[in-house]
Design a protein around this ligand. Sequence first.
Ligand code: SAH
Length: 254
Amino acid sequence: MLQNIRVVLVNTSHPGNIGGAARAMKNMGLSRLVLVDPLDFPSPEADARASGADDVLAGTQVVATLEEALVGCNLVLGTSARDRRLPWPLVDPRECGAKVIEEAAQGMEIALVFGREHAGLTNEELQRCHFHVHIPSNPDFSSLNLAAAVQVLAYEVRMAWLAVEGQAPKVQKPEASTEELATMDEMERFYEHLEKTLVEIGFLDPQKPRHLMPRLRRLYGRSSVNRSEMSILRGILTETQKVARGEPHKRKDQ
Ligand code: SAH
């Protein structure tokens, strides 16, 4: 179950933090580390701080963009030390652990995303996440060291996992909730299609987009859209485009 969980570190500047994160992960039974455009990796400093979690570092995947890191993911949780302008569904680390294990148990792919040491995650990156996780730290000194933040979340995931593992016999979830959620790449293609359609029908003004797309991302992101719902949504957009372009389209009364 823990194999379905990847830890994603975005643009990390200190290799020591990468090693520290790998160690924290291995301590808690997590093994999949993905680095988005790290400043300095591989590095002896990362190896030293990993102190024995060499296998996690050796298996680390390095990619150029967050989008690549999230390919195949059904659930993405992004961490943030601060409040952002556009409020997003927010969970604490305990709720995060429970949610991650609940979805991992259904075979879903999950990502926990962590930001840069100096600037955290950008708003755009945070808007790619279904949920935000805030560690309820001292408001006057809220930012944890990156590897320490990984440790807190990895610990909560482990606690939630241990609680589920302790339950015997395992109960099968009802059929409805086992439908596979749309992946992040499918969601991204949907958002592109949606934006294009909204421009074509004149609902979205590209010169004055306001916060329409982030708001729609937030709406669909919290809806746990599954694969069959996704094809309905894409079908609606395609038909809408045909009507807007004056092309032949499906009509119930024809
Ligand atoms: N100055 C940055 C802090 C970055 S700390 C900012 O204001 O956002 C580096 C990373 O550690 C963050 O991007 C986040 O992934 C994690 N982190 C640190 N403190 C956290 C907290 N209180 N809650 C959740 N994540 C935190």
